[in-house]
Each structure stands twice: as structure tokens, then as C-alpha cells.
Design a protein around this ligand. Structure first.
Ligand code: NDP
Length: 368
């Protein structure tokens, strides 16, 4: 078993060298003041995953919450020691422009609300972190990019895997030539969606089914593990329309991506089975992650033709991928550079997802 030092693994990610995670050099030139985040939409991900992570951040702090539920907002504001001026509703959200504590708005709402709340944040003069999927259409993504550009504000998408130690090490290994010439990538991402009343199953709020929600991790990983952009794709949907959960959105969608080097990626997205896995095969070996993109506990193996060597990273203080993501945007604002997963990255995925849906609908291969 190989033990990987977290700092080494991040530094080794080369172009991805996330200064905020690496500490040291970044801290020396960093002003003392942490930048303030306002979280919009106090649902599962915001409350249980993101908000507790600010204590692990070097450059970010929570300063405000925006919610349609005043009691919940008040309770969480008290829990996190936020002042009264840090509590907003969707109705008075735009007045956030008058709050100098708020530098960044983090949009954690259902997918169909991402565009509106991002654009309103930009108009209020705030930088934006927006959850994945960036929006529900490429036209919305383009409008979000334009609004942030016009306001002179940064836009980043919550692609946390780009800050996760196991995924960073997997990328480093793939790019180092450790498995030879990359030939084939496979990923299955899914979870069982049980409650038909959830917004994720309502097309007007979600924009689509498993592909928008969890398949996007397979799509992302196919792109960052190959380091290439697909030139063609083919998709096939399998949904039981008699199942009350899937009257509006897809359950399973299988998509194959063709890359310029000849690499094929074969991916499955689903709402009817739990799976979180990817494998990259080269002509001299393979890199396999399972689970691959979870909040914690991701595992990786390398080998010639099987899971021969487990490569582990020691647990950091808390879930470092989230703190890394939050601090990265702050660093980009301070240094006036583009986030490694900015609006253009979200738009790229959305265009691919649209092509995947079209391919499945028309049952034909699509050249990109
Ligand atoms: P939840 O349903 O748990 O929370 C969504 C919140 O949005 C609600 O609690 C509510 O907050 C607010 N909201 C406003 N209008 C509506 C509406 N019409 N219907 C439902 N909620 C509404 O969703 P999640 O937290 O799981 O997901 C939120 C976003 O985060 C999604 O875009 C999702 O894709 C993304 N996500 C990303 C993850 C990641 O790992 N990067 C993981 C999980 C989710 P309030 O009551 O405060 O108004």
C-alpha cells in the first residue's frame, strides 16, 4: 500500500496546483481578511456539507444566509454566529448589494434557479459560486457568464472533485504516463432516488434526471482523466415511464464519448442503483477509483490488470475538497485569475449534456 502525502499529491497535480490547499506560499501574500460567503438555499448540501466546512477554510468565512424559511434561516444564523443583517429571504435578496460583509454568493438552489440567482448576485456586485449542474440549458449558462463578465465578477462552478486528493492523484498518475497510452475509460455514477415528490424528479426544477445530477460526475471525470474534449458521442436512455418516480425525467442514461486520441469513455448515469466508480485503462496499466467522487472515503487502486496496489491519502482536517473549493475562488478574486472550474467549464458540460439528451432522443451518434 502506498501512502500519499496530501500536500505532495496536490502539488503534484501540476497545472491544478491549488495554492489555497497547499498553504505556505499562498498564505505569505494573502491579506488577513477572510472573504465572506452568503449561502442561498438552505437545503441538504448547503446545511450538512458546505456550511460546516468554513471552519476548515483559510480564506473564506460564512457571513450570510438566504432562505425561503425564516425560522430555519434564523436558527442557522444563530448556530453560526451570523449578525441579523446576514439573514435574507428570496424577496429581499437583491439588497445583499448593500452588505459589504458579502463578497461571494454561493447558489445552492434547485438547478432551474441557478441562472436567476447567479445573475441577480452579479447585478448586486457579488462574485458567484454556483452548484452543479451550472443551469438547465446552455443558453442559461451563457447568460450567467455574460452577467458576471459585465459586472466584472468571478463565476465558479461547485465541481468539488477538482479539489479532492484522490482524484487529483489519479489525474497526476494518468498525466505522468504511469499507465502508458490511455485507451479506455469507464464510469458508473448513480444513487437510488426513492421519493417521487423530490424536486430532482420534477423537470421544471431539475432540468433533467440522473444525468444532470449524478451522471455529470462521470462526464467530468471522463474529461479530466483523459485530458481531452470529446469529438463525438452516442447515448441510450432506459427509463420505466410507468414508475411514478420517472414520469418527467430519465432514470438511466448510458453515454459513450469518443476522444481525438482514440480513447473511448463509456459512462452510465442512473437513479435506480447505487454506484460511484471509474476506471481508466492504459496500454501499461490501470487506475481505478471506488468510490470515486464521494464527499469522503474515496479509494484508488493501480495495477497492470487488476486492483494490485491501493494508493491512499491520509485524511485531512475535515473534508478538504470543500474548503479547497471555497478558498480557491477567494484566491482567484484576490489574484484576478479565472477559477480552474469557471463558468466556461460548466457551459462545456451543459452543451455535452444537451448533446447526450439529443443523441438518446434521436438514437443517433452526434459529432461535436
Ligand atoms: P435540497 O432540496 O436539499 O435543497 C434545496 C434548497 O433550495 C431548499 O432547501 C430550499 O431552501 C431552496 N429552494 C428554493 N426554492 C425551492 C423549490 N421550489 N423547491 C425545493 N427547494 C427550493 O437540494 P440539495 O441541497 O441536495 O441540492 C441543491 C443544489 O446543490 C443542486 O443544484 C444540486 O445539484 C447541488 N448539489 C451538489 C452536490 C455536490 O456534491 N457538489 C451535492 C448535492 C447537491 P430554503 O428552505 O432555505 O429556501
Amino acid at each position: 500500500m502506498t501512502t500519499m502525502n496530501r500536500r505532495q499529491s496536490i502539488a503534484a497535480a501540476g497545472g491544478l496546483a491549488v495554492a489555497s490547499l497547499a498553504g505556505g506560499a499562498a498564505t505569505a501574500q494573502t491579506p488577513d481578511r477572510k472573504m465572506g460567503y452568503a449561502i442561498v438555499g438552505l437545503g441538504y448540501y448547503a446545511v450538512n456539507v458546505i456550511m460546516p466546512q468554513f471552519k476548515n477554510c483559510q480564506h473564506s468565512k460564512l457571513v450570510a444566509v438566504v432562505s425561503g424559511d425564516p425560522e430555519k434561516a434564523k436558527r442557522l444564523a444563530a448556530e453560526y454566529g451570523l449578525p441579523k443583517r446576514g439573514i435574507y429571504s428570496y424577496d429581499n435578496y437583491d439588497s445583499i448589494k448593500n452588505n459589504p460583509d458579502v463578497d461571494i454568493v454561493y447558489v445552492c438552489l434547485p438547478n432551474s434557479m441557478h441562472a436567476e440567482y447567479t445573475i441577480r448576485a452579479a447585478k448586486a456586485g457579488k462574485h458567484v459560486m454556483c452548484e452543479k449542474p451550472m443551469a438547465i440549458s446552455s443558453a442559461e449558462c451563457e447568460a450567467m457568464i455574460a452577467a458576471c463578465k459585465q459586472a466584472g465578477k468571478k463565476l465558479m462552478i461547485g465541481y468539488r472533485s477538482h479539489f479532492e486528493a484522490t482524484n487529483l492523484e489519479a489525474r497526476r498518475l494518468a498525466n505522468s504516463g504511469a499507465i502508458g497510452k490511455r485507451r479506455y475509460f469507464r464510469s458508473e455514477h448513480g444513487f437510488v432516488q426513492r421519493d417521487p415528490s423530490k424536486w430532482r424528479l420534477k423537470k421544471a426544477l431539475s432540468g433533467g434526471g440522473s444525468m444532470m445530477d449524478i451522471g455529470i460526475y462521470a462526464l467530468q471525470a471522463a474529461r479530466y482523466m483523459t485530458g481531452e474534449e470529446p469529438i463525438a458521442l452516442y447515448a441510450h436512455e432506459q427509463t420505466d415511464k410507468n414508475d411514478p418516480r420517472f414520469t418527467e425525467v430519465e432514470d438511466m442514461i448510458e453515454f459513450e464519448l469518443e476522444f481525438p486520441s482514440g480513447v473511448i469513455a463509456s459512462c452510465m448515469s442512473m437513479y435506480s442503483a447505487n454506484q460511484n466508480h471509474y476506471i481508466l485503462m492504459g496500454d501499461q496499466g490501470r487506475i481505478e477509483l471506488e468510490p470515486a467522487t464521494r464527499y469522503t472515503g474515496n479509494r484508488m487502486w493501480t495495477g497492470k490488470d487488476g486492483r494490485e496496489t491501493e494508493v491512499t491519502s491520509p485524511p485531512g482536517p475535515g473534508s478538504t475538497q470543500f474548503a479547497g473549493q471555497l478558498d480557491h475562488l477567494v484566491q482567484c478574486i484576490r489574484e484576478n485569475r479565472e477559477p480552474i472550474v469557471g463558468g466556461e467549464e460548466g457551459l462545456r458540460d451543459m452543451r455535452l449534456i444537451e448533446a447526450i439528451y439529443r443523441s438518446a432522443r434521436e438514437q443517433k451518434r452526434i459529432t461535436l
